[in-house]
Design a binder for this molecule. Structure first.
Ligand SMILES: [Zn+2]
Ligand SMILES: [Zn+2]
Length: 155
C-alpha cells in the first residue's frame, strides 16, 4: 500500500460502507442522471465524488484520464474500487459489461448449469422481448410442487 496523503477527517463521514460489496456509497448528493456521487462545496464548483476520492488517496489525476469503477457502482468512492482510464476505456468497459450480460449467466438461480440439454427456452407472452431461459431441473421441480399442491387441494 502506498503512503496516503493527508485527507480531511470528514471524508469518512460522507459515505456508507456496503459490507457485502465493500463499496463506499456516497451518502450525499448523487446525480440522478449519471449515478455519480457529487461533492458539493460552497467554495468551488461541485466535483464527482469518485474523482475527489481518488485525488484524496492517490494524488492528482493526469489530464485526459477518467476515474473508472471496477465495481460498476458509480456512487462508490472506495479507492480500492477505482482505477484510471481514458474515455475510450470507459466506453469499451461499458460496452463489454453491457453486451451479452444475460448470456454470461451460466447457472440458474438455484445453481444448476445452463447446458443445452438442461435449458428450456421460452418466448415471452408480450412480443418484442428476448426469449428467456429456464433450467429444466427447476421447471420440473416447480411442476411437481404444483401437482402436489393441487393433489392436496383435491384430496
Ligand atoms: Zn465499489
Ligand atoms: Zn435450476
Amino acid at each position: 500500500m502506498k503512503k496516503r496523503g493527508p485527507k480531511p477527517p470528514e471524508f469518512e463521514d460522507r459515505y456508507n460502507i456496503n459490507k457485502k460489496s465493500g463499496c463506499w456509497i456516497w451518502a450525499e448528493f448523487i446525480n440522478p442522471v449519471t449515478g455519480y456521487g457529487i461533492v458539493r462545496s460552497p467554495f468551488s464548483t461541485s466535483r464527482v465524488a469518485s474523482r475527489y476520492s481518488w485525488e484524496l488517496h492517490f494524488g492528482p489525476i493526469p489530464a485526459g484520464l477518467q476515474v473508472l469503477h471496477k465495481c460498476d457502482v458509480r456512487s462508490c468512492v472506495n479507492p480500492k474500487h477505482l482505477f484510471l482510464g481514458t474515455c475510450k476505456d470507459n466506453l469499451r468497459d461499458m460496452v463489454r459489461k453491457g453486451r451479452g450480460a444475460k448470456q454470461r449467466i451460466t447457472h440458474c438461480p438455484s445453481g444448476h448449469r445452463y447446458t443445452e440439454k438442461n435449458t428450456y427456452v421460452y418466448a415471452h407472452v408480450n412480443k418484442g422481448r428476448a426469449p428467456a431461459r429456464q433450467c429444466r431441473i427447476c421447471r420440473d421441480r416447480h411442476r411437481e410442487a404444483n401437482k402436489l399442491k393441487n393433489d392436496c387441494r383435491r384430496g
